[in-house]
Design a protein around this ligand. Structure first.
Ligand code: MN
Ligand code: MN
Length: 476
């Protein structure tokens, strides 16, 4: 008996053990997690595009005394500890900071994530008619499995600039009585040719055409009578003409709302968890941490799903610009070397989702190094594919700092990597932060169904991720 007890103790002392957060958290914490997640679901439902996420973030921080850094710069304002600032670019990316008690030259505690999600974009000239149906041509954005997007209700979100320069917001398919849109798929009875193809090719990209209308305009002869109905309705509602689609960014997204999943309501199913889940938890963490010792910063980037490219992606110098602006307003003499130094002294948690171990697809995972739903916030030392290609590999020193911080604050966390080696792979914005000298590690929430129209996350993992970011901001 004694020996058995000793062995048990030895195991407890020597082995790494994953903890299920539902088991470990107190009833009060689980209650807090539920409240937190109710707000998250609401925010997600109104933030289905990067523009909407930026808009809603501005709405939240507008009430909390955040000031535009551009205005502060123009007014030659000096920033004091506790001052809250933001910089937004092209309505698609935004960074927020709360000036800390220590000088900026001590470094910044940053959380970086992305607010774009895989979707279908409309082509510049999307509208056409085919056999009495009006259709919209799309160009998919990010890594989607195309067969997920057919025969499922879709909504239309975006902006169009009209001839007179007015910007029109489009949002159809979200309200209870709104119509939705759909891409047709071939019935199984006639799917012989489709079944013969592999999954990747079963739905060709050029077949991702969305049905937008079917009623021909009356009292009209000639072709394109359904297309004319659609254009007439769009013109009546938004004042647009077909040419205006050229000056537009319109996204086709699932019209599904965020829902509790499971009879015990432990999971949230939604479109766009990746990566609004880390963006939202980061936002709440920054706001609730408030004035900290170091300056705290949240960077919500765009275009991550297509490689963080463009002037709103994490490869742009937006983050550096943001930090430079802050620095210039907190010091007498700002110089480039100081700014580099600030970057090298800063730490970023790159908040992004990870693949949760999937009981239906065990073969894609290596169970020792997977993250699991419900076992807390995931820490990924590196991402990448193959032989760590394209990875930002966090140092052991940083891993120690972050995991110790989580343990000291009783935050349930788990280590993992993205599936089996050579099974695939992926990246985050971590490597672009690392390029600036920032110490960075990937931290985020395990998902099932990643990049599908209905992604799944565990409520306790979401709450742990929020606490992880908050404790990180509050720490030295
Ligand atoms: Mn992501
Ligand atoms: Mn993604």
């Amino acid at each position: 008996m004694t020996e058995m007890k000793e062995m048990k103790e030895m195991k407890e002392n020597l082995f790494y053990k994953r903890t299920n957060a539902w088991d470990a958290l107190s009833d009060a914490q689980i209650k807090q997690s539920k409240v937190f997640n109710e707000d998250y679901k609401k925010f997600l439902d109104i933030s289905k595009t990067e523009r909407e996420f930026v808009f809603n973030t501005l709405d939240v921080i507008g009430k909390l005394g955040f000031i535009s850094l551009k205005d502060a710069y123009e007014n030659k304002q000096t920033l004091q500890p506790g001052d809250k600032v933001y910089l937004e670019s092209n309505s698609k990316t935004i960074a927020l900071a709360i000036i800390g008690k220590q000088p900026l030259t001590e470094g910044i505690n940053m959380v970086g994530s992305h607010i774009d999600s895989p979707r279908l974009d409309l082509k510049p000239l999307p509208l056409y008619e085919d056999n009495d149906l009006a259709m919209l041509k799309t160009h998919y954005y990010g890594g989607i499995k195309k067969f997920h997007w057919v025969a499922t209700p879709l909504s239309i979100h975006g902006v169009i600039i009209k001839k007179d320069g007015e910007k029109v917001e489009i949002n159809i398919g979200e309200e209870e009585n709104d119509p939705v849109f759909v891409i047709s798929d071939i019935l199984p009875h006639l799917a012989k040719d489709q079944y013969a193809k592999n999954l990747r090719e079963a739905i060709p990209a050029e077949n991702l055409n969305v049905i937008i209308g079917s009623v021909p305009i009356s009292d009209e002869d000639g072709a394109d009578k359904v297309k004319l109905t659609v254009m007439k309705l769009l013109n009546e509602k938004y004042g647009i003409v077909e040419k205006d689609f050229i000056n537009a960014e319109i996204e086709i997204v699932p019209s599904v709302k965020a829902k509790d999943v499971g009879i015990d309501r432990g999971l949230i199913g939604a479109y766009g968890h990746d990566d609004r889940i880390c963006s939202y938890t980061g936002l709440k963490a920054l706001l609730n941490a408030g004035l900290c010792s170091k300056t705290t910063l949240l960077y919500l980037s765009d275009k991550e799903e297509i490689g963080s490219v463009g002037n709103t992606g994490a490869q742009s110098d937006f983050l550096e610009y943001f930090v430079s602006l802050i620095y210039s307003l907190t010091t007498e003499k700002s110089n480039d070397l100081d700014i580099k130094d600030i970057m090298y002294k800063s730490v970023m948690l790159s908040g992004d989702v990870n693949a949760a171990f999937d009981p239906n697809h065990k073969g894609a995972f290596e169970s020792n190094n997977s993250t699991y739903l419900g076992r807390g916030v995931g820490i990924m030392k590196y991402t990448g594919s193959g032989g760590k290609g394209g990875a930002s590999d966090a140092s052991s020193e940083l891993m120690y700092k972050i995991t110790k911080l989580m343990d000291d604050n009783e935050i349930i966390w788990q280590i993992g990597e993205l599936g089996k080696v050579d099974q695939g792979g992926g990246g985050t914005i971590a490597k672009f932060a690392a390029k600036l000298g920032i110490e960075v590690v990937d931290v985020g929430i395990p998902l099932l169904n990643m990049h599908a129209p209905f992604e799944l996350a565990s409520k306790v993992d979401i709450y742990m991720c929020y606490l992880c970011f908050k404790v990180f901001f509050e720490s030295l």
